[in-house]
Design a protein around this ligand. Structure first.
Ligand SMILES: Nc1ncnc2c1ncn2[C@@H]1O[C@H](COP(=O)(O)OP(=O)(O)OP(=O)(O)O)[C@@H](O)[C@H]1O
Ligand SMILES: [Mg+2]
Length: 244
């Protein structure tokens, strides 16, 4: 399948100010960036840099207080929220699965899914079709994350927003998820925006990297370049673990 270089999501001077302990703080500060279809984007930066906050602006879990976010060149507010979150799907570090079987979980979003379709979704995320009948409580962390991704895929999203999806997984399960992300962007032309604390994970995923500090985009570019030969002193310090 060939994917076109269309802009899927775009932030224009997007910012968000919140009041914390009586003080105004900017969790996202003047971020302008265009995300292209079928690309992988790594969001990196120190703790509290605003990575999750930026992600939450991208499917309107939070509203920007300045600037705007556009999806296919229309402001997010012009899409019905449920439709928007179907197309721009967010997954978290610990996936929430409902009590019941894997089939129940997949049918939650799309109740008319046939067994064939459920089998295809499971195969797509690298799980055997027999997983459909398993109890969600009996799955490993990596399997749960893959079921959560399959559930998101059942709605045929354009963009996956992943907030540290491998943070609670062992290295082997993490690698399975990374391989899956790489495969999905190629096979389904999916755009993936992933928050990671691991420069090596970003390097394995490749694509582009956005480096944030204090809500601001400090450096962006090809992942290899940003992580191995950064332009900015801040990025260099972050990579050398000198940035707190
Ligand atoms: N709901 C909230 N209430 C108060 N402060 C918040 C809230 N959400 C975010 N913040 C603050 O906004 C800033 C950015 O937080 P955010 O969670 O986006 O950072 P992060 O880069 O995702 O950090 P981490 O790597 O630790 O997950 C931090 O200073 C945080 O304390
Ligand atoms: Mg975060």
């Amino acid at each position: 399948m060939s994917c076109h270089n269309t802009v899927v999501l775009e932030t224009r001077h997007a910012g968000r100010q919140i009041i914390k302990n009586g003080n105004a703080i900017r969790t996202v500060d003047n971020v302008s960036y265009a995300f292209n279809k079928a690309h992988i984007y790594n969001l990196i930066g120190p703790s509290g840099a605003g990575k999750s906050s930026l992600l939450r602006l991208l499917n309107r879990l939070d509203e920007p207080t300045e600037g705007e976010v556009r999806f296919f060149d229309k402001p997010l507010a012009e899409y019905p929220p449920t439709e928007l979150r179907r197309m721009v799907s967010m997954l978290f570090q610990t996936p929430y699965l409902f009590p019941g079987t894997v089939r129940d979980n997949l049918q939650f979003c799309c109740c008319d899914l046939t067994d064939d379709k459920i089998g295809q979704l499971l195969t797509r995320v690298g799980l055997d079709e027999s997983f459909a009948g398993k109890d969600a409580d009996d799955l490993s962390g990596g399997e749960r994350q893959r079921v959560a991704i399959a559930r998101a895929l059942s709605l045929e999203p354009e963009v996956l927003l992943l907030d540290e999806p491998t943070a609670s997984l062992d290295p082997t399960s993490s690698q399975t998820i990374e391989d899956l992300i790489l495969r999905l962007s190629e096979e389904l032309c999916l755009t993936t925006i992933i928050v990671t604390h691991h420069p090596n994970q970003a390097l394995r995923l490749g694509g582009e990297t956005l480096f944030l500090v204090k809500g601001r985009l400090v450096e962006t570019g090809k992942t290899e370049k940003v992580l191995k030969d950064p332009e900015t002193e801040l990025a260099r310090k972050y990579i050398n673990r000198e940035l707190r």
